[in-house]
Design a protein. Structure first.
Ligand SMILES: C[S@@+](CC[C@H](N)C(=O)[O-])C[C@H]1O[C@@H](n2cnc3c(N)ncnc32)[C@H](O)[C@@H]1O
Length: 283
C-alpha cells in the first residue's frame, strides 16, 4: 500500500494525544535517558542570554526548558508540539521549575506558524523522523531561523543498534501482532543513517552540517518496570498487547523477560544499549 501523508498526520496526532499521559508518567526515565542528548544539543546551539529558541515536537519540553534557563531573563523559549496533551505536561513541568520565559504553542512542524527569521535557534529531540514529510519540516525550520541561526536535532540510529526497541518489535512481529514498517515511511528509526540526515539538512539549505552517534543506555530497576514503561511509551506496543486476552499477555511478558535476560544483572536491574544520531547545522 502506498504511503498516505494526510492519513499519517491524523493518526500521528491522535496517537500522541493518547500517549501523553503515559509519557508524563515516565518523565523521569525520559529525563535520564535523554539528558546526554539534550546537553549535546544545547552545546550545539550555544544559547545566549536574550535569544529566542524554538523547540519543535517538544513533547514534555525537557530540552527547551534547559535552554530557557540559559536565555533568561530577557530571552525565551517557545515549546511546541502538534499534541495539546503533550503541552499540558510541558506546562506542568515549567510550573514546577518556576520558569516564566517559556511560551507553549500547538504547531505541526511541517507548517510552522511563525514569521520568517524570527528565532535564533531550533531544537528537536526525536521528532523529525516521525513526521510525514521531514524535508518540508526542515525547510520550515530553516525559514523561521535567522541567518546563521543554529539547529540541533536528534533522531534514533537504525533499529539494530537499539535492542530496547528491536526485542519488543520482534516479539510482536513473530506473533503476527505487528508488521515491519515499509522502508522510508515515518517511524522512530526511519532516519537512522547519518548520510541521510546530512543529505536532508543540506537539501533544506543548511550549512556547517555535522552528524554523529551517541550511545544512550536505557536503565530499569526491574523487568516489570521495563514492561510498564514500554506500555506507557510505545503506542504500537500498548495497542497490540492490550488487545490480547489475559493468558496471551502473560505468555508474551514471560517471553520478553527471557529475551531481555542477557541485559539483566543478578540483582534484576537492566541496562539495555541504544544509539541515537545527533546533528547540528546553521541556517
Ligand atoms: C518521541 S516524542 C519526543 C518528545 C520530546 N521531544 C522528547 O525528546 O522527549 C515525539 C513528539 O513529536 C511530536 N510530533 C510528531 N510529529 C510532529 C509534527 N509533525 N509536528 C509537531 N510535533 C510532532 C509528537 O506529538 C510527540 O510529542
Amino acid at each position: 500500500m502506498s504511503f498516505d501523508p494526510g492519513a499519517h498526520r491524523e493518526e500521528s496526532l491522535q496517537s500522541w494525544e493518547e500517549a501523553a499521559s503515559g509519557w508524563a508518567r515516565r518523565q523521569e526515565l525520559l529525563r535520564e535517558l535523554g539528558a546526554p542528548v539534550s546537553h549535546w544539543m544545547l552545546e550545539a546551539i550555544s544559547p545566549q542570554p536574550g535569544q529566542r529558541v524554538l523547540e519543535l515536537a517538544a513533547g514534555l519540553g525537557e530540552t527547551g526548558m534547559l535552554a530557557a534557563e540559559l536565555v533568561a531573563p530577557m530571552g525565551g523559549v517557545i515549546v511546541s508540539d502538534q499534541a495539546e496533551a503533550m503541552l499540558e505536561g510541558a506546562r506542568a513541568r515549567a510550573g514546577a521549575l518556576g520558569l516564566s520565559n517559556v511560551e507553549f504553542q500547538v504547531l505541526n512542524a511541517e507548517w510552522i506558524d511563525l514569521p520568517v527569521a524570527s528565532v535564533d535557534a531550533v531544537l528537536c529531540r526525536w521528532g523529525y523522523m516521525l513526521m510525514a514529510d521531514p524535508a518540508t519540516a526542515l525547510a520550515e525550520t530553516r525559514r523561521v531561523l535567522r541567518p546563521r541561526g543554529r539547529l540541533a536535532l536528534a533522531v534514533w540510529d537504525a533499529i539494530e543498534h537499539n535492542p530496547w526497541a528491536v526485542i519488543p518489535a520482534e516479539e510482536l512481529i513473530g506473533r503476527g501482532l505487528s508488521s515491519r514498517p515499509a522502508p522510508g515511511t515515518p517511524g522512530p528509526f526511519t532516519l537512522g543513517r547519518p548520510e541521510r540526515v546530512a543529505e536532508l539538512l543540506e537539501q533544506a539549505g543548511f550549512s556547517e552540517v555535522q552528524v554523529q552517534r551517541l550511545e544512550v543506555a536505557r536503565r530499569h530497576a526491574s523487568f516489570d518496570e521495563l514492561w510498564d514503561s514500554t506500555l506507557d511509551l510505545s503506542r504500537v506496543f500498548h495497542d497490540a498487547v492490550l488487545a490480547r486476552a489475559a493468558p496471551e499477555i502473560v505468555e508474551l511478558k514471560a517471553s520478553l523477560a527471557e529475551r531481555f535476560a542477557c541485559y539483566t544483572a543478578p540483582d534484576g536491574t537492566l541496562e539495555i544499549p541504544g544509539r541515537t544520531l545527533l546533528a547540528s547545522a546553521s541556517a
